[in-house]
Write a protein that binds this ligand. Structure first.
Ligand code: COA
Length: 197
């Protein structure tokens, strides 16, 4: 079952994403990845922009996805709240590292998937496919004509998932700084048309 996340889901989402996306959150937040992420997710959910969906399997939270749109940018005070949670040094490092991953400004017709993770024990049971179906539905309801996401060239499972659900590569970027920070030498922008002309 996939449903919109509520603030009480923040800790479970943070556990899943800090593990599934550790290549991103370890360099950003180090040992504070779980606390930092839980706070960021709670902020997103409390802001009303409501970009997270969660999947439940066997009564447990099994996966999460985040949809960003041009209308739902992180609210003011993001840096201050992160600093309060993880301290100035970690927050500064996190802002720097995460800025390397910031997508181009989103177009009005674009829904952007910035986070997708499934708990290790729940993989290969269709959870990610269900989350992508639901996020597509939500983006369509919001009037978006396409879904976009960045994936590292090394992430074969995710690329297989996206290609199998109708996404196609539209741009490939070499990424020297990514090799250094995230151990990923290239990133691929993938897109799926979901409506409109
Ligand atoms: C990629 C990820 C989200 C897939 O989640 P999942 O719930 O296991 O995926 P699903 O069960 O819905 O798989 C759907 C399809 O994707 C492809 N796929 C998923 N995992 C795969 C793997 N390890 N190897 C090859 N193909 C895979 C398959 O085509 C699969 O269909 P099939 O099982 O019928 O063959 C999960 O492995 C994950 O969380 N990885 C770490 C985080 C990550 O990489 N996120 C994406 C960042 S861009």
């Amino acid at each position: 079952m996939v449903r919109p996340a509520v603030p009480a889901d923040a800790p479970a989402i943070a556990v899943i994403l800090s593990d599934a996306l550790r290549a991103k959150y370890r360099p950003a937040l180090g040992a504070r990845a779980l606390a930092g992420l839980a706070g960021m997710v709670r902020d997103d959910l409390s802001s009303g922009s409501g970009g997270f969906l969660v999947a439940e399997l066997d009564g447990e939270t099994a996966g999460a996805v985040h949809l960003a749109t041009a209308e739902s940018r992180p609210g003011d005070g993001f840096a201050r709240r992160l600093t309060e949670r993880v301290g100035l040094v970690t927050a500064t490092r996190a802002m720097l590292v995460l800025s390397l991953l910031r997508p181009d400004p989103l177009a009005p017709d674009e829904g952007h998937i910035g986070e997708l993770g499934v708990a290790e024990q729940a993989r290969r049971r269709g959870v990610a496919r269900a989350l992508l179906d639901a996020v597509e539905q939500r983006a369509r309801e919001a009037g978006k004509a396409r879904l976009t996401l960045w994936v590292t060239g090394e992430n074969a499972p995710a690329i297989a998932l996206y290609e199998g659900t109708g996404f196609a590569a539209v741009r490939r970027r070499r990424w020297p700084v990514g090799r250094l920070v995230f151990r990923a030498s290239g990133i691929i922008l993938m897109e799926k048309r979901i409506g409109g002309s």
